[in-house]
Ligand binder design. Structure first.
Ligand code: PLP
Length: 377
């Protein structure tokens, strides 16, 4: 008996998506980005599927995520790039985790941690080329590079990478893209002049991997595309296949009369006598409450729209009076989103009606929903 509600994750799709991305960037290595529990898909299975597809690096936001990979026996080179004060630097160095460096004080704390550990830390210096989020800003860059070069000469650091991150690569042609590329080249030159010889220079996220070959350098860092979702909604011919299907068996089907208010606040009112289906997934499972009266769900043979307020554990579909609705019964599946191959909506469809991005739709599915892994990889 399968779980009542489940997020089915096709690991074959994840591994094949990485293979597809390798073909988009044939001269570069691929880092599979598995932060935030593999964008909701499950970090460890996603990481293994990405490695099977040809990824040779993994990327996480936090050291704790990278440590979880190590504890599971995954020894692949892994970069963790958000290191707040108090981050477990010595443990990371001991575990051979590469560290993203966004500030001078981090060069100093990582150097101190390396001295304590008795083994050099591998770092990737992150330059802020215009995202104005993480990364070292331009006027600080020479000082960070110099400090890293001194620590490298002292045998405490190895500058394994220099990297940056795009702001608008999901809008091909955006003027910031060229500006960031050019700033990245300048930053690389500064590093080169200081004697740094990084193994990998990296800039491209999924969107740039798919659309901007000049940004590929030695390594590309796709996240969302590995899970089969495009960062650019209308991009055709990517060859990607969405890996996650969110579905649930319907818990209850019943007839109600015309004029009945449905769910909290009666925000939906039946306009005829009709069949309602109760789907036991709600905002406690990561289904956005904003999906109330908006998001599509495939049930009883076609797409329906959620009827009324999404509750903590459940929402309702109005199946109407068509022939398909007549045959619907508790236990039938309702599919919120999937690959889109059987008429079901995709995470992009949900993102479009909810004015968000598919990243948020898949990542927010809560641990209450069992992940069920399928597919050959
Ligand atoms: C530094 C860095 N690289 C790569 C990625 C992957 O981005 P995407 O999922 O758009 O491919 C992220 C995600 O936010 C990131 O922060």
């Amino acid at each position: 008996m399968p779980p009542f509600a489940e997020a089915r994750v096709d690991l074959g799709a994840i591994s094949e998506n990485i293979a597809v991305l390798r073909r988009h960037a044939p001269a570069s290595q691929v880092m599979g980005v598995v932060k935030a529990d593999g964008y909701g898909h499950g970090m460890l299975p996603a990481a293994r599927a990405m490695l099977a597809g040809g990824a040779t690096w993994l990327g996480t936001a936090f050291i704790e995520e990278a440590m979880e990979l190590r504890r599971a026996g995954i020894d692949t080179r892994t970069v963790a790039w958000i290191l707040p004060p108090g981050a477990p630097l010595t443990e990371a160095i001991d575990a051979g985790i590469d560290l993203g460096v966004s500030a001078l004080w981090l060069v100093e704390s990582i150097t101190a941690a390396a001295r304590e550990t008795g083994r050099p830390a591998r770092v990737h210096l992150k330059v802020d080329t215009g995202l104005n989020r993480g990364g070292v800003v331009g006027d600080q860059w020479p000082a960070v590079v110099e400090a890293a070069a001194r620590a490298e000469a002292a045998g405490l650091l190895r500058v394994a990478g220099v990297f940056s991150h795009f702001a608008c690569s999901d809008e091909p042609g955006h003027s910031s893209i060229k500006a960031q590329l050019s700033a990245f080249h300048d930053a690389l030159e500064v590093a080169e002049r200081a004697g740094l010889r990084p193994e990998v220079r990296h800039l491209a996220n999924s969107a740039a991997t798919l659309t901007l070959p000049e940004s590929h350098f030695d390594l590309v860092r796709p996240g969302i595309a590995g899970y089969g979702l495009s960062p650019i909604p209308d991009l055709a011919g990517t060859g990607l296949r969405p890996a996650m299907t969110l579905r649930s068996a319907i818990a209850l089907v019943k007839r109600v009369p015309e004029g009945g208010g449905v769910s909290y606040g009666h925000r939906y009112v039946t306009d005829r006598s009709t069949t309602l289906a109760l789907v036991p997934l709600g905002y406690g499972d990561g289904v956005p409450r904003a999906a109330t009266n908006r998001a599509p769900v495939f049930a009883a043979g076609r797409r329906r729209t959620i009827a009324g307020t999404v509750c903590m554990d459940q929402f309702v579909l109005d199946l109407g009076d068509d022939a398909d609705a007549d045959t619907a019964e508790a236990g039938d599946y309702a599919v919120l989103f999937g690959a889109g191959e059987g008429g079901e909506p995709t995470a992009q469809d949900w993102a479009s009606v909810l004015d968000t991005i598919p990243y948020e739709i898949v990542t927010r599915i809560s641990p209450r929903v069992p992940r069920v892994y399928v597919g050959d990889w």
